[in-house]
Design a protein around this ligand. Structure first.
Ligand code: NAD
Length: 503
């Protein structure tokens, strides 16, 4: 898995049960975003040839793995869930070091992988199909799930263990084999996860890990004819490319992409609760969640009161190294992400939004080597402004005034994305109307836009997704196909839709 020198540890790909270096011999460094002097590890910069080897291994392993009874496959997953739980703290620390979010959140990320693995292991005994009466006599009719083959798994860096688990675990329990390419910014958490699957007894070739860039490794996975399903989470732009490149081979493509989520604060809302929710929704994970509450639409009657409290609380957040227990908001994941945030600050200013707090990198020695940014709030944002339309993926919240519930819903729906939305109100009628009318995959009442649980479907509409859902039992639909089976035990030819059963 790794070799260590006094300075850094080098980690390898997992292909066909062996930890191997890239065929190119090239590697890349992964650095701590809170302190770029800290090298987390050195990882393989893989090539299309490595991907081809991994796909071959997965293809060969599939012949055996698909025939292992699902409850037996699930036993390995139960074991894996237990191992993750035993190592939760160390896994969370590695994750904070490689991507920056605070320890409480990385513990939550690991917990999500534990929850998903236990949940899906249970599905090993519950891959229910349907049995239905045939329209003809002495004929039996049923549907069964069947695995698909090699699954290509491509993941982002913001949930370095949770998101891989949402994909790899259901893929495995359904009987598929996996080639996994994690984000270049979070290969260690991916490797930790795969290592545990190996330790739990997942046979060689069933899960293969190939680290490296999206352009080289990701693209090679998508175009291969030996891959039957691609499950991708990441930006909408890259998702579109994935979809286009996968189309000629007619493989199944499951896409989870960007968001521009909204919290709607009505005039009868519990304001303190709404402020609490917007802080967590807007600045949790430094705003780098696909479900982040990056827009807050507030009824004009409570607008100033809300803003005053929200800004005061945001100013009070402690920014720092996520490993420090006092830190409430960690750094951004990379220089690129920090640059994007700073560009959007300029865009917001030039569009005429009112900067209420933040807008700068914090000063001081402890911030000198990290990608830190202050929690930032823009007020008086018009729904059409770019900061209210485009995903920023950083600690920047746009507050938009509205005059009515109907206007809030229209503003909320008025973006290209459709992942998550929420409403703060004491009026149950409004809550239900919003639940019905927001065209998103996830909706919350009196809670922020983040906080999904693993046993319900997760995903979004419009430019956020392509109609699939991960997590919950819905994930089984992503990683399996239906086969309808008819067994005629009449001993004669019976023609459906032509012959009629006697009364
Ligand atoms: P990204 O699109 O840049 O990268 C995602 C993954 O795709 C990475 O592993 C990357 O290496 C790979 N990739 C890049 N180019 C590729 C190509 N041409 N072919 C194949 N693979 C390629 O996204 P990111 O910056 O890692 O993550 C942030 C984005 O992810 C945000 O837009 C966020 O909203 C989204 N996200 C969505 C969800 C969701 O469930 N909807 C969850 C988390 C993150």
């Amino acid at each position: 898995m790794s070799t260590a020198t006094s300075k850094t540890t080098t980690y390898f790909n997992l292909i066909d049960g062996a930890w191997v270096s890239s065929s190119s011999g090239d590697a890349f460094e992964n650095r701590n975003p809170a302190n770029t002097d800290d090298v987390v590890g050195v990882f393989q910069r893989s090539t299309a040839a490595d991907v081809a080897d991994a796909i071959d291994a997965a293809r060969l392993a599939y012949d055996r793995w698909r025939l292992v009874p699902a409850p037996r496959r699930a036993e390995l997953l139960f074991r894996a869930a237990q191992l993750i739980a035993e190592r939760k703290e160390a896994l969370a620390r590695d994750m904070t070091r490689e991507m920056g979010k605070v320890l409480d959140e990385t513990r939550g990320d690991v917990q999500e992988a534990i929850d998903m693995t236990f949940f899906m292991a249970g599905e090993g005994r519950r891959q229910y199909g349907q049995t239905v009466p045939s329209e003809l006599r002495d004929k039996f009719a049923m549907s069964v799930r069947q695995p698909m083959g090699v699954a290509a798994i491509i993941t982002p860096w913001n949930f370095p263990m949770a998101i891989p688990s949402w994909k790899i675990i259901p893929a495995l329990v359904c009987g598929n084999t996996v080639v996994f390419k994690p984000a270049t910014l979070t290969p260690l958490s991916a490797l930790n996860f795969v290592k545990i699957l190996e330790e739990a007894g997942v046979p060689r070739g069933v899960v293969n890990l190939v680290t490296g860039g999206g352009g080289e490794v990701g693209s090679a996975m998508i175009v291969s004819d030996d891959v039957r399903i691609v499950s991708f989470t990441g930006s909408t732009d890259v998702g579109r490319t994935v979809s286009q490149h996968a189309a000629p081979s007619f493989k199944k493509v499951h896409l989870e992409m960007g968001g521009k989520n909204v919290v709607m604060v009505m005039d009868d809302a519990n304001l303190e609760l709404a402020v609490e929710g917007c802080l967590w929704g807007g600045f949790g994970t430094t705003g780098q969640r696909c479900t982040a509450a990056s827009r807050v639409v507030v009824h004009e009657r409570v607008y100033e009161a809300f803003l005053e409290q929200f800004v005061a609380r945001a100013k009070g957040l402690t920014v720092g190294d996520g490993l420090d227990p006092n830190t409430q908001m960690g750094p951004l994941v990379s220089q690129g992400q920090l640059d994007t945030v700073m560009q959007y600050l300029e865009i917001g200013r030039s569009e005429g939004a009112r900067l209420m707090c933040g807008g700068r990198r914090p000063s001081g020695a402890m911030y000198a080597n990290g990608f830190f940014h202050e929690p930032t709030i823009f007020a008086d944002v018009a729904p059409s402004m770019r900061i209210a339309q485009e995903e920023i993926f950083g600690p920047v919240v746009s507050v938009v005034p509205c005059r009515s519930f109907d206007e809030a819903v229209a503003i909320g729906n008025g973006v290209q994305y459709g992942l998550s939305a929420s409403i703060y109100t004491q009026d149950i009628n409004r809550a239900f109307a919003a639940m019905r009318d927001m065209y998103t995959g996830i909706f919350y009442v009196n809670a922020p836009t983040i906080g999904a649980e693993v046993h319900l479907p997760f995903g979004g509409t419009k430019a956020t997704g392509n109609g699939h859902r991960e997590a919950g039992v819905a994930a089984l639909d992503v990683f399996s196909e239906w086969k309808s089976v008819y067994v005629d035990f009449s001993g004669r030819l019976q023609r459906a839709q032509i012959d009629t059963a006697d009364l």
